[in-house]
Design a protein around this ligand. Sequence first.
Ligand code: SAM
Ligand code: SF4
Ligand code: SF4
Length: 342
Amino acid sequence: MEHQAERVQPLVDTLQRPLRDLRISVTDRCNFRCRYCMPEEMFGSNFRFLPQDKLLTIDEITRITMIFVSLGVSKVRITGGEPLLNKEIAEIIRRISHIEGVNDLAITTNGSLLKQNARALKDAGLKRLTVSLDSLNDERFGKLNGRGFSAQHVLEGIEAAANEGLTVKINMVVQKGINDQDIIPMARYFKERGHTLRFIEYMDVGNSNGWNVGHVISNKCIMQTIHEKMPLEPVESNYYGEVATRYRYQGSNEEIGFISSVSQAFCHSCTRARLSAEGHLYTCLFAAEKVDLLGSIRSGATDNEIMSIISGVWKMRQDRYSDTRRDQTSQRVKVEMSRIGG
Ligand code: SAM
Ligand code: SF4
Ligand code: SF4
C-alpha cells in the first residue's frame, strides 16, 4: 500500500526535532467546563460544536495515523474534548493498537465515564491511560470541573481501570489559591495506590482562560512542598523528549512527575504533532495556524500526497512558544485546547 512507502531520512523540523508523537482529538465536546480549558461563558449552551459530518471518521483516523507512522511516529495519544464521549472510542483504540509501528498508545480522559468503559478499552488493546484530576475534595472538584461532578466517581473510574490491568497516571493542574491545598492529599492518595501523579503547570492555553503568570505555582515549589513531607529522589529520564521530570519517593518504587511547561520549557525536544477532531494538523499546543488534512483527504488526495503535506509542514516547523511565552501571550490568537487536547 502507498502509505508503506519507504522512509528515506528521518523527518526533522527546522530545530532538528524528529516527528515521533501524534495526539489525536476524537471530539471537541466535553461534559466538564474546567475554567482553564472550556470556561462556561465561552462554551455555554449557545456554543456551536462541530457537526458529526465535519469530524474525522474511524477510517480517516486510522488512515491518517498510518501515514504519520510511516513518517516516524511511534507514540499515539487519544484526547479531546473528552474522548470517552466518542461512542466509537473502543473501536478507535482497537484500530490504532493494530497498526504496526505504534509502540505506545494512551488516552487522556477526565475519568467521568471511565468506570463503565474500562473493560471495553482494555479489551480493545489499550494498556495505559492518563486521568486528569485536580482535587480529591468533592466540593472543590465540582467547582473546578464547572459541572458539580464528584471526585469520588473519577476515583472509582481509576480503580476500575487499574482492576482491568491498565496502567493509570494522574495529571493534576495546580492553580494558586484554588487547589494548592490538594497537593499533599493527592500525593499521599496516589502513592498509596501505586499510580504516578504528575503535576502540569497551569498554562495560557486558548484565548479565554484569563491566565496570568501570578496564578501559576511552579513545579519547583510543588516539588519542595511534597519533599518536605514525603522525601523524594530524582529518577533518570527514559528517552529523548520525555516531558516529565521524574522523582521517586525515597525508600519506595512509587514515582511522581513534574511537567514544567511554564517555568522550564521543553520546546527544544518537542516531537509532537496534533490532529484536531476536524482533521486539522497543528504543530504546537499554542499554534495559531493549521493545515486542513481532512479537507485534502475528502478531496481525494492519495496517501503519498498526504505524506508530502505533513512532511512539508514538519520540515518548516519552528514552534517554540513556551520558550518565548513572555513576549507573546497577550498578543497571539491560539487554538482552543479543547480542540486539540493536552
Ligand atoms: N478531557 C480530557 C482530560 O481532561 O483529561 C482530555 C483533554 S484535556 C484538554 C487534556 C489535559 O489538558 C488535561 O489533563 C487538562 O488538565 C489539561 N489542561 C487543560 N487546560 C489546561 C491549562 N490551562 N493548563 C494546563 N493544563 C491544562
Ligand atoms: Fe473537558 Fe478536559 Fe478541558 Fe476539562 S480539561 S474542560 S475535562 S477537555
Ligand atoms: Fe511543543 Fe509548542 Fe509546547 Fe513548545 S510550546 S513544547 S513547541 S507544544
